[in-house]
Design a protein around this ligand. Structure first.
Ligand code: NDP
Length: 390
């Protein structure tokens, strides 16, 4: 029986994870659940899964959480604050950590799980982008096993040799090809993109996700973050990572080998497939997803991404090549800009402007300790906040 700590349990990935967990009560137990501010949703999950611990990251809501658990007669211990989330990630009672917090807020708990040698099911791509080699090094030094939940990276994980150790040449790997749906505005002109509203950006044609990643999908920054994530996780040169737009979101990514073979993973666009794969690996279990019927799908289309209409993807490739502080700055500027866009403070095309402004002034600092990363992130956020005004 795996004892799970689900960080970000009240989010979209949290819900999909708990759906798979509920289908396999003999295999998995949701033993610790965390949320940011949504006490009501967290308590509802506690009523359903009976965890040992419930953590609310907003320290001011500790009493509210304790009272709500008590009122429902639930036995979960109530903890609060960001440090409590980190402690749960490292707690030896839980062997598996699902890292599903959104944004840089997930960095410290992801690293804590890696340091504690956990089986780390990783959705929080921002923490991978920010921590670069540090996360991978920490996991390796402490015997943590990272299994990606992101559908593209999980697809690659499935298409790689089982004992793959970040050595593409030794395994005859020539390219990683990440597929992208193209988002809701594929084919739109720049003039039309200037009119995009937050609600339109959050209405993804294929995937139902949290609001931040939905906007990232609409700008193609999500794919940019994923390119960096793939480089980090699989140790491959950036020149060997490519993006292929595939609007049906059925082929989730491909690995190309020296003999010309391309191995792909296909499935319905449902996050429960990669989640079930990561939860049960190396076993295979029922994920509750609709079976893929290729005869019904009928056609699979592919095209190159439009980097002129969607420059965020080009910014991400540039940041990856520049290395050092650049990916951290890219991520920080994107988080500030997306939050401002969702609040109606800037327009859709201002997101790429704020990111470009951050990258222009990036100096090539080393970013190989947590302190250095946190410092670069904070400075980049200050600059991006000032850049919102244009
Ligand atoms: P959601 O916005 O749906 O959920 C985010 C979760 O994180 C919630 O539980 C939220 O709590 C919690 N949270 C937010 N801010 C903080 C904070 N400061 N401290 C602690 N917890 C916090 O996001 P998603 O589930 O869509 O995405 C989660 C991660 O997974 C992201 O990194 C995303 O890029 C990645 N991902 C998501 C996919 C998807 O299909 N959704 C696919 C692949 C990757 P509360 O509810 O209280 O606000």
């Amino acid at each position: 029986m795996k004892q799970l700590a689900v960080l970000g349990a009240t989010g979209s990935i949290g819900a999909s994870t708990l759906d798979v967990v509920a289908r396999h009560p003999q295999r998995f137990r949701a033993a610790a659940l965390t949320a940011h501010r949504d006490v009501a949703a967290l308590v509802d999950l506690c009523a359903r899964f009976d965890p040992d611990v419930a953590v609310i990251a907003d320290a001011d809501r500790h009493d509210e959480l304790g009272a709500a658990l008590k009122a429902r007669g639930l036995r979960a211990e109530a903890l609060a604050g960001a440090a409590a989330v980190d402690a749960i990630a490292a707690d030896t009672r839980f062997d598996t950590v699902v890292a599903a917090i959104v944004g840089a807020a997930g960095l410290s708990s992801t690293l804590a799980a890696a340091r504690a040698g956990k089986r780390l099911l990783l959705a929080n791509k921002e923490s991978v982008v920010m921590s670069g080699e540090l996360l991978v090094r920490t996991a390796s030094a402490h015997g943590a096993r990272i299994i990606p939940l992101d559908s593209e990276h999980n697809a690659i994980f499935q298409c790689l040799p089982r004992d793959y150790a970040r050595e593409p040449d030794a395994n005859g790997i020539t390219r990683l090809i990440l597929t992208a749906s193209g988002g809701p505005f594929r084919g739109w002109s720049r003039d039309r993109l200037a009119t995009v509203t937050p609600d339109a950006a959050c209405a993804h044609p294929r995937w139902k996700m949290g609001r931040k990643i939905s906007v990232d999908s609409a700008t193609l920054m999500n794919k940019g973050l994923e390119v960096i994530e793939a480089q980090r996780l699989f140790g491959i040169d950036p020149s060997r990572i490519e993006v292929l737009v595939h609007p049906q979101s059925i082929v989730h990514s491909l690995v190309e080998y020296a003999d010309g073979s391309q191995l792909a993973q296909l499935g319905s666009p449902d996050m429960r497939t990669p989640i079930a794969n990561a939860l049960a690996w190396p076993d295979r279990i029922d994920a509750g997803v609709q079976r893929l019927d290729l005869a019904t799908a009928a056609r699979l289309d592919f095209e190159a991404p439009d980097l002129v209409a969607f420059p965020c993807l080009a910014h991400a490739f540039a940041a990856l090549r520049a290395g050092g502080a650049a990916p951290i700055v890219l991520n920080a500027a994107n988080e500030i800009a997306v939050a401002a866009f969702l609040d109606g403070r800037i327009g859709f095309l201002d997101i790429e402007r704020v990111i470009a402004s951050g990258l222009e002034r990036t100096v090539n600092e080393a970013a190989d300790t947590l302190d250095a990363i946190v410092g670069i992130d904070a400075e980049a956020r200050r600059h991006a906040t000032a850049a919102l005004k244009g």
